[in-house]
Design a protein around this ligand. Sequence first.
Ligand code: NAI
Ligand code: MG
Length: 354
Amino acid sequence: MSDYRIASIPGDGIGVDVQIEARKVLDRAAGQYGFSLQWTEFDWSCERFATSGTMMPDDGIEQLAGFDQILLGAVGFLGVPDHVSLWGLLIPVRRAFAQYVNLRPVRLLPGTTSVLAGRGAEELEMVIVRENSEGEYSTIGGRHGSGAGEFAVQESVFTRVGVERIIRYAFELARTRSGNVVSATKSNGIIHTMPFWDEIFAEIAAGYPDVHSEQCHIDALAARMVQQPERIDVVVASNLFGDILSDLAAAVTGGLGMAPSGNINPAREHPSMFEAVHGSAPDIAGQGIANPVAQILAGSMLLEHLGELDAARAVSTAVEKVLAAGEVATPDLGGKATTAELGTAIADALGGYQ
Ligand code: NAI
Ligand code: MG
């Protein structure tokens, strides 16, 4: 029997609520498929920042390094600036562990209504491959001057290694899916980094004659995602573009409560980290009504990355079954169920012993 060591970082707000449900479902699946998950919990969060001044201890990265994977709730809370929570925890983990792929599968789940009502599940199934280690999220720049003359400069960093590896990942992924890749660009307005991105995309595309590739300006791609989602399968995008597109993609399907995400180190030299796309949702935190589906599906991606493919598929099928039945639904899905009731319903849909 395999034992996996998983670091659990519930974080803040609804991150805590949805993490409990994801663990409930994953433990049930593990029991059924003959492996076990040894969880170690870390209280790294904005709450910790408020009392100790840091999101995680100085040796936080070393503490995480020995784990097989990381499951993260969400960080961010009122009173702590968002750049502190992001740069104090998420970005250091993504970079230290070379989790250079941010993989965001998007699909219309059964029993849920899209703003694109009338579209079938097969028309709304795509995956965003977001560059996760460089690009527009950089520390280079600064604030200068004062008064009316004050200004800020922020530089983007695009390296050949970083751009090549994310684009290559997208082409490889496309081979396992529909064979279509679209690159998000903006080389008409951003005249250094984006033409560089486009050139590398064309170079790599030449090595994949079996994959259909095209590039599309980010603004037009955003419109296409709403108007013709059936034309999109694998999207590869820079860090910022991928971030924005994946919230849009989540919104045209079932909403943020259903969209999972993986921060993946493809070489498996370091732990990968799985989380929901959504944040800590202070507006509904502490009410017990957050939708746990995104976090449970993030857990399914974690199992898939461990190689527990049957258990991963069982978890996503259990989610589909419960959503399709529509009897247990949180308020964002139009129901009255609590986070725990939906989590338990999904765990029960897996069958097996309590
Ligand atoms: P958010 O995703 O937390 O919330 C946006 C809206 O969606 C809210 O109205 C919320 O109630 C709703 N929502 C989100 N998840 C839901 C769920 N599971 N069930 C039902 N409704 C849900 O984004 P927002 O409000 O921009 O950010 C709040 C905090 O979260 C900020 O501090 C931000 O920095 C942080 N954040 C953290 C992320 C992370 O840890 N990876 C990602 C995004 C935001
Ligand atoms: Mg985001």
